[in-house]
Design a protein. Sequence first.
Length: 221
Amino acid sequence: MIIRATLLRIALFSTALGALAGCSSVGSFFANRDPNANQVNLGANPRPTAGQPAKNPSEKPIVLPVASQDINCPDVEIADGGAALRVGGPDNASVRYQFNIGDTARECDPAGPRQATIKIGVSGAVVIGPAGSAGTFSAPLKITVTRDSDKQQIFSQTYSVAATTDGVTSGAFRVITDPIPVPLTTFQLADLYSISVGFEGGTGGPSPTHHKQKKQKQTSG
């Protein structure tokens, strides 16, 4: 009976990990999130603006009022090895529990003349391994925003995320940063900043669902 119960826990653990890797819903992160924001922020259907021409002909001039849809927000990238945090032994049968990032979100909003804020959300779950039991667990999740021009971290904070599980079903967690202020010198914040999230001391894990990677700019040869 003990062997059978252990095999059942291994099967449930593997199934839970597979389910986490397929998470995709981010609509509940931000209550006032524009359902078309992702499409608009990627450059589709830009809202008309008026003013002096921008230095870059392909860039819209910055004039007030500015809407969130006008700002191309940086993508959220998962830090190397930071997608999951496993506690227990190296093999599957000795795992006590594992935290996994399931989804991410970000939102850029205007915050006054030539100012903007970035909010970042991360959700996921903890699953119990074959060697674990029900309870409440916590893990350190680090979120950083880096200025690409000089690789300076303008924001870096580690959050203690907690989740409770009954030992059979996974326990969810979610964290949302306070608005992070940045200068709005261009609508293309995605060209100026990078966002990274990941568990400190992470052990990799299943590939999480996250926003598309930034496209590399094409250069003429």
